[in-house]
Design a binder for this molecule. Structure first.
Ligand code: DC
Length: 221
């Protein structure tokens, strides 16, 4: 049976950085489910669909084929044959992903793909509903969080490093809005699974969090 590790938590808690480190160390495949929602979001944006138009979004899902592959161990998301990995990291796509992922047809579209990957491989899968909904039987579940201030500071520094001139207060507001929407939606909201271990990364280094999570996984093997 494959080893499945679920890592859920709000935007900016460090899930992807940590999950990539853990995957490399444990020789698991890292599955970034947010990237799948982002690729659908890119499609909706390109089609000019409004984020509140559930009927059009549901209809558009039927025209989307999302698959993932790996290049040098890095996940690539393929949308209708096009590798969109480099196009989905913008705030616009992130906001559309958060808004459109509330709809059940959007979630249903990705559920089987995520479960199949976990059935066939040892995975560490990050998202919002992995421990609660996608992989309820995962051997290890982690809920990784950090304070809004810490997450906003991290994002601010990332953008400064990219040469942008971000507004810290706006970043904080976006994070709060996204947290609220992700955790209050009706379908598969962001929530700590009863059997998940809570890790608060606010005052921890990347290395400390990685080691803490590897210890949790090993204790469940
Ligand atoms: O992790 P991320 O920021 O790339 O995710 C973008 C959005 O996708 C997030 O705000 C909510 C949605 N998402 C989801 O609903 N369920 C997941 N398993 C992963 C992401």
């Amino acid at each position: 049976m494959s080893m499945n590790v679920a890592i859920d938590g709000p935007a900016g808690a460090g899930k992807s950085t940590i999950a990539k480190n853990v995957a490399a160390e444990m020789k698991y495949i890292y599955v970034d489910t947010g990237a799948m929602y982002r690729s659908l979001a890119l499609y909706f944006i390109r089609q000019g669909i409004d984020k509140d138009d559930e009927a059009k979004i549901s209809e558009a899902c039927k025209d989307c084929d999302v698959t993932i592959g790996y290049e040098d161990g890095k996940q690539q998301v393929i949308l209708n044959g096009e590798n969109v990995t480099g196009l989905i990291r913008t705030e616009e796509v992130g906001n559309m992903a958060s808004a459109s992922s509330v709809y059940k047809d959007v979630r249903a579209k990705l559920l089987n793909l995520q479960r199949k990957l976990a059935k066939e491989n040892d995975v560490i899968m990050d998202g919002r509903d992995i421990g609660t909904c996608i992989l309820p039987d995962a051997q290890a579940k982690i809920f990784l969080t950090a304070s809004v201030d810490t997450r906003a500071d991290r994002r601010y520094k990332e953008l400064i490093e990219k040469g942008e001139s971000p507004d810290l207060e706006k970043i904080k507001k976006d994070i709060e809005e996204r947290d609220y929407r992700d955790s209050h939606r009706e379908n598969a909201p962001l929530k700590q699974a009863d059997d998940a271990v809570l890790v608060d990364s606010s005052d921890m280094s990347i290395e400390e969090v990685t080691n803490a999570i590897i210890d949790i996984i090993k204790s469940k093997m």
